[in-house]
Design a binder for this molecule. Sequence first.
Ligand SMILES: Cc1ncc(COP(=O)(O)O)c(C=O)c1O
Length: 351
Amino acid sequence: MNDEPRRAWVAQALQRIEADARRSADTHLIPLALPEAPGVTLYLKDESTHPSGSLKHRLARSLFLYGLCNGLIGPGTTIVEASSGSTAISEAYFARLLGLPFVAVVPQGTAPRKLEEIAFQGGECVEVPAPQVYAEAEALAATRGGHYMDQFTHAERATDWRGNNNIAESLFNQLQLEPQPLPRWIVVGAGTGGTSATIGRYIRYRRAALATTRLAVVDPERSVFFDAFVQRRRDLAGSERGRIEGIGRPRVEPSFVPTVIDRMLRVPDAMSFAAALDLSARLGRRVGPSTGTNFAGALHLAREMAARGEPGSIVTLICDAGERYHDTLFAPGWLAAQGLDLDSGIEDSAG
Ligand SMILES: Cc1ncc(COP(=O)(O)O)c(C=O)c1O
């Protein structure tokens, strides 16, 4: 069979993705002084400025390159993903760039604003009961002769953790002329686990960082990652749907790599929401709830460093913009109506 036309299409698709990357500037690193932790500087890696609005722009690009270079995506391939949020929006962006149909299999009850954003990028949404999203996405890809991107399995292997301007290489390069170019902590959450896996591996790969920099992963309520890390188990399962969109999972996802994580912090949801509002006020613009979880974890570690009289820098992520949560976190009365426990504190794997 003559596969020349297909190969030519793949070559053009790869060029389009690279051209898109060249048109995009790298995301900013914003320093923030912390009055509550003198001597510690927090840096915020602002992933909300990507063309598709979140840290998932990087993952979506990697998953498309992975699919194209493994011969899994070709002309007319329907792209399917199990995601209700950031990943689906970013994958729909790249599918449109390549002129491919995109279907997001989303859990019933997904925020209308997220469905609108997927549709805005040209994607179709299929709503199913939450526990069935993985199986339904796989089945739908099979019936349509498409490709199931499966972010939860492929995030850790599709992302180039050695370089290629991954999120870790980018932030270390941006810190080089800062007073403390090697951060003491990098703090991120986990949904697929791909971001934390990439950062944890890169810290080791960039030998200079290995001595100084540690990776802390924050986890919200209703997620199994913290317990899986502490108990060194992968068979844990939860039932309740998380409140902090994008992070926390009811199962230990294949892309969650605990061996590159140095410490985990379980952050109560009330604290995540409050921290997102606090950081939004400090920055003068709105950030999303999972950024609040990051900020709460970073403050916990900054206070610990300040209490020890240990100067240094900490890096965390702005994962997406607050605009996506106008109907929830930033809607008057929404937070109060959640009936959250406002008293519980952070659980720390370091005891
Ligand atoms: C808003 C938001 N923050 C954080 C994350 C976590 O990223 P990762 O999947 O790389 O662990 C996600 C993942 O979907 C997300 O959507």
